[in-house]
Write a protein that binds this ligand. Structure first.
Ligand SMILES: [Zn+2]
Length: 369
């Protein structure tokens, strides 16, 4: 299919304009979780050799078990499911459902597959741009289910899930909830270490249509490989599914406790061990606001600042992405440029400034310089 970049771009702008529910991260609790079972109905997802074991059934089963654990342990957390039965849903409707319900976390559950039987293990994706072949292959596979949707050519305005060129558009986009999505994804992968599927394929990025439209921290979990005998044995047994659901629940528990304590940014920065790329932004620069003026930088050895942005591209300090802020510094970690503003002698002062900055950058948090 020939890509029509004009309309495709307009389509993504439309998506970007989905209101991002500004998070008041002070004292906010995780109130609503949407658990999305991948595929369903006429879309079986991955199919095991022999054709009998289908991803859609495993995903649903683990999703329901996972949700039940949250419901039992956290009566105050609303757990919503995109599907509880074997029905077909469009990718767009899944994210819409989470947005409409003002979810604080979106977890899409899937099972991987490969032409070869050797690949095994779990991986968790956040919305982003990854140059690796394997991540592109997974996102192509998961996005390709839009062909089951009757009017996908209209809905997705010419997005061709099989054409790598379609994915270039993801370079231009920035997920406002990237950092929190990565935090949750890392907890999921850590928790899977104690599950029967111990091969950790890590936290990755790719352009997933189902994640893109969500306006909250969102991950897509590939529990294991349906094409691998050992993984499949775990994923098709009641005991194995319970253990995978428990691992997801443990990640949720840890994330929940962190969210309760937000802002707790410094510890989260320490946890960030692996370099992750962030996609660039097409957010139209708003009329430059009058950013809060940071106090004069001090000269003590330990200082704190407020991280506002992390992307894979080096920006000029007067770039529109900085929305008129002038006191911008950056440091490079892995493939990611992390931009911060302000310089403070104490964490408390930095936090006060951070609270002001959040009106422009809801995801801002305090970091040690
Ligand atoms: Zn899937």
């Amino acid at each position: 299919m020939k890509i029509r970049f004009g309309s495709l771009f307009a389509f993504f702008l439309l998506w970007v304009s989905v209101p991002i529910f500004a998070q008041n991260t002070q004292g906010v609790q995780l109130r609503t979780v949407v658990i999305d079972s991948g595929h369903g109905g006429k879309d079986p997802g991955s199919v095991a050799p022999g054709g009998k074991t289908l991803e859609k059934h495993i995903a649903l089963s683990v999703a329901l078990k996972f949700g039940k654990l949250i419901e039992n342990a956290y009566p105050n957390v609303k757990v919503l499911y995109t599907r509880k039965t074997d029905i077909f849903l469009s990718l767009a409707s899944r994210a819409d459902f989470a947005n409409k319900n003002h979810a604080d976390l979106f977890i899409s559950i899937h099972v991987n597959s490969n032409d070869k039987s050797a690949p095994a293990g779990s991986e968790t994706y956040v919305m982003g741009k990854d140059n690796s072949e394997s991540s592109l292959a997974v996102s192509k596979k998961e996005n390709s289910v839009i062909v089951f949707e009757d009017d996908y050519k209209t809905t997705y305005q010419g997005f061709d899930p099989t054409n790598p060129e379609s994915y270039i558009i993801f370079n231009l986009l920035q997920n406002a909830h990237f950092e929190q999505s990565v935090q949750f994804a890392e907890k999921v992968q850590k928790a899977f270490g104690k599950s029967p599927i111990t091969t950790n394929r890590g936290v990755k990025q790719a352009g997933f249509l189902v994640l893109w439209r969500s306006s909250m921290p969102a991950v897509l979990v590939e529990l294991g490989f349906i094409s691998n005998t050992a993984d499949r044995t775990v994923l098709t047994s009641d005991d194995g599914q319970n253990k995978m659901a428990t691992a997801l629940f443990n990640a949720f528990k840890e994330y929940q406790s962190g969210v309760d304590k937000l802002p707790s940014p410094i510890s989260s920065v320490k946890e960030e061990s692996k370099p992750v790329q962030k996609t660039d932004s097409i957010e139209a620069p708003p009329t430059p606001p009058s950013p809060p003026t940071p106090p004069t930088p001090n000269t003590s050895t330990e200082t704190f600042s407020v991280q506002i942005l992390a992307i894979s591209r080096l920006l000029q300090t007067n770039a529109p992405e900085f929305k008129g802020y002038t006191d911008i510094r950056h440091k490079k970690e892995g493939t990611l440029y992390k931009y911060s503003t302000g310089s403070f002698a104490t964490k408390e002062e930095a936090q006060t400034y951070c609270n002001k900055v959040r009106k422009d950058y809801p995801q801002a948090f305090v970091v040690k310089q």
